[in-house]
Design a protein around this ligand. Structure first.
Ligand code: 8YV
Length: 325
């Protein structure tokens, strides 16, 4: 019997490749970056499973892959999946929940601290020789306290809870949340308080966007929402760029509607070097690194590989995101 054939569209740790190779024939992209879509499409004819983070799994993709049983995303977000099209063709979709929660939550805190205490801006000031006695007033270096402030988390899933845990118990913050469904467990366990979206925006010193990108959350935060925020507040986005109207954020920052932002994600990635957000000193910008530690990325790759092998053994993969029946 021939081994099932797995296509991997990005570089993965050799240990994960070896684990998959014990059971499958592996076809992979071993350079930096991602396999271009056209190249993937041309190889799909006899592929049983795909591991990816970058490929859009739409009807065109699925049409090229008559044998496909599973697309295993090496990420928790799966906004690249057309889940209905996958279901229609009986293809499992899986993600990598849990293993990245703490790493992403750490970066949310990093963005809050860096933007409110002006870490990147003042780092530049020191490195460019601007820290000179007599040249700066004391208040030129003032930021906003993170501890004991109010944070509003939009999206109280696993990562939202990890952010709540840190902000509540590590920084003594007042933690509000908005979620599609109320989360009584999180309210009890973490002491977080539910608010409507509007209440959350009005009350928070930090608004943290941590919701998955779906058709309902696309451009969930627009001009009128930034207008509801405190003028002293910071907006943190660590979900997906498309959950907000980025142009409205740019204008809110340019017009002083809000004080600053911390961003890990953008409408276009990599972000356009001419994007006005990159030249604002009150905006901290990271290159989508929420889960980017060697350990977490390894755990994500291993989780994705396990999902593939389970599906190829004829069982339902553990991290299924689209019910097939
Ligand atoms: C990226 C993420 O997928 O898991 C997610 O949803 O946003 C990230 O972990 C990661 O950059 C993959 O390369």
């Amino acid at each position: 019997m021939t081994s099932p054939k797995v296509l991997i569209s990005r570089k993965l740790p050799e240990e994960v490749i070896a684990y998959l190779s014990e059971h499958c024939e592996v076809v992979r992209w071993s350079q930096d970056g991602f396999m271009p879509r056209e190249q993937a499409l041309a190889m799909l004819e006899d592929i049983d499973a795909v591991l990816t983070t970058s490929l859009n799994i739409d009807d065109e993709f699925l049409r090229h892959a008559p044998k496909l049983k599973i697309v295993s995303n090496i990420s928790v977000g799966y906004n690249n999946f057309d889940t209905a099209a996958m279901k229609a063709r009986g293809v499992y979709g899986t993600n990598t929940p849990s293993v990245l929660d703490d790493s992403v939550a750490d970066v949310a805190l990093a963005l809050m601290l860096a933007s409110a205490r002006r870490v990147t801006e003042l780092d530049q000031l020191v490195k460019q020789g601007g820290w000179q006695r007599g040249k700066l007033k004391e208040e030129d270096l003032f930021g906003l306290d993170v501890h004991h402030a109010t944070v509003g988390i939009i999206g109280m899933g696993r990562i939202g809870e990890a952010i709540a845990q840190r902000t509540k118990f590590g920084f003594n913050m007042n933690v509000l949340y908005y979620n599609r469904n109320r989360k009584p467990d999180a309210e009890e366990k973490l002491g977080v308080q539910y608010r409507t979206l509007e209440e959350l925006l009005r009350e928070s010193d930090f608004v943290v966007m941590m919701t998955p990108l779906t058709s309902e959350t696309t451009h969930m935060i627009r001009k009128e929402h930034f207008a509801m925020m405190k003028q002293s507040a910071f907006f943190i986005n660590i979900s997906r760029g498309q959950t907000i109207d980025e142009q409205a954020l740019i204008e809110a920052l340019q017009e002083g509607v809000i004080r600053g932002a911390g961003l890990d994600v953008y409408t276009q990635e990599p972000v356009d070097p001419n994007n006005p957000l990159l030249s604002m000193p009150n905006v901290v910008t990271l290159p989508h690194i929420g889960s980017a530690t060697a350990k977490t990325r390894f755990d994500m790759a291993m989780t994705a590989a396990r999902n593939v092998l389970t599906a190829l053994q004829g069982q339902t993969p553990p991290d299924l995101v689209n019910e097939l029946k």
